[in-house]
Design a protein around this ligand. Structure first.
Ligand code: AN0
Ligand code: CP
Length: 315
């Protein structure tokens, strides 16, 4: 594997899931594979799970992780080619990424959408600049449109908990008070489609349509109750409007998933990538119930990252 920024970088999703589950059963089985190698983890935005699980995964493979909170502690970076840097940015990504290229063997980057320019976010300007100028294999820790390490962990979790060959998976929009990226929802849809072993539908208020580029042939149902019928897995996530890019247009609290919504499901397992706004996106009673898989998803972030880093090391 040369890079990991989308499911398109993966030859066989099921094989990668199996590899991750092998690491889960035996975390140190390749503990010398990455000896002498360093991974630079560059965070333009906050993180808890991604930051910790990537370090654990790297260490399990013998790789030394080095972190930089570039968004809060680094020099303010410029990403536009040809920019006259007379504003707030201090260093161009060209120069920073070339330095990372000298320091590290693998570069991992978290860079959320900036919500300034829809085209720029859709084109993945930031992560592409790191790829172009570092010359290193890049692992996305969530970019402006996708969060592939999360989605791989989600497919691992579904694989572990599914009771039928082709479970029904419902991705449901949930309310939020802030403007939230589309990455987790886009990426989840892209990975479920590539995995191909589910009946998949997405439910959201009108106006919250995601790009077809990621949702593909998933059924879109605007009636949440209808969509949730017989669901085996309910993946809960907020995203801001894509059409009216970044806007928070719907504040209808009835979209928050509660036990009442669960009655029509097939005693569904409930998923969320975390961090979650309790009693805004999901009720306490669901998050604290036996049906919640949220901490298991977070645990599987380790094996997701370990499988990917191992593939990157093998080249
Ligand atoms: C981020 C998002 O939804 O993309 C990160 C989730 C892993 N969440 C928030 O900004 C709350
Ligand atoms: N799910 C996830 O990526 O969490 P963090 O933002 O805490 O890394």
């Amino acid at each position: 594997m040369k890079q990991f920024i989308s499911v398109k970088d993966v030859e066989d999703v099921k094989l990668l899931v199996r590899k991750a589950l092998h690491y889960k059963a035996n975390p140190l089985k390749d503990s010398t594979l990455g000896l002498g190698k360093r991974i630079g983890c560059i965070f333009m935005n906050p993180s808890m799970r991604t930051r910790l699980s990537t370090q654990i995964a790297a260490k399990n493979l013998g790789i030394e992780p080095i972190l930089l909170n570039a968004g809060s502690e680094g020099w303010a970076l410029e990403f536009e080619d040809g920019a006259i840097m007379n504003g707030t940015s201090v260093e161009h990504v060209k120069d920073a990424a070339r330095v990372f290229g000298k320091y590290f063997d693998i570069l991992a980057v978290r860079a959320f959408p900036r919500f300034q320019n829809k085209e720029e976010d859709a084109n993945e300007l930031i992560i592409k600049q790191f790829i172009k100028h570092s010359g290193l294999p890049i692992v996305s820790l969530e970019s402006s449109t996708l969060h592939p390490l999360q989605s791989l962990a989600d497919i691992i979790t579904i694989t572990e908990h599914k009771k039928t060959e082709r479970p029904k998976i419902v991705l449901t929009w949930a309310p939020h008070i802030k403007s939230i990226p589309h990455c987790v929802a886009n990426s989840f849809a892209q990975w479920v489609n590539a995995w191909g072993e589910a009946e998949f539908c997405i439910t959201h208020p009108e106006g919250y349509e995601l790009s077809k580029e990621f949702t593909g042939d998933a059924r879109i149902i605007h009636d949440q109750k209808e969509a949730l019928k017989n669901a085996d897995f309910v993946y809960v996530k907020n995203w801001s409007s894509y059409k009216n890019y970044g806007a928070v247009e719907c504040t209808d609290t009835s979209w928050m998933l509660t036990q009442n919504h669960m009655k029509v499901t097939n005693n569904a397992k409930v998923m969320h990538c975390l961090p979650v706004r309790r009693n805004i996106e999901l009720s306490d009673e669901i998050l604290d119930s036996e049906n919640s898989l949220v901490s298991l998803q977070a645990e599987n972030r380790i094996w997701s990252a370990q499988a990917v880093l191992s593939e990157i090391l093998k080249g």
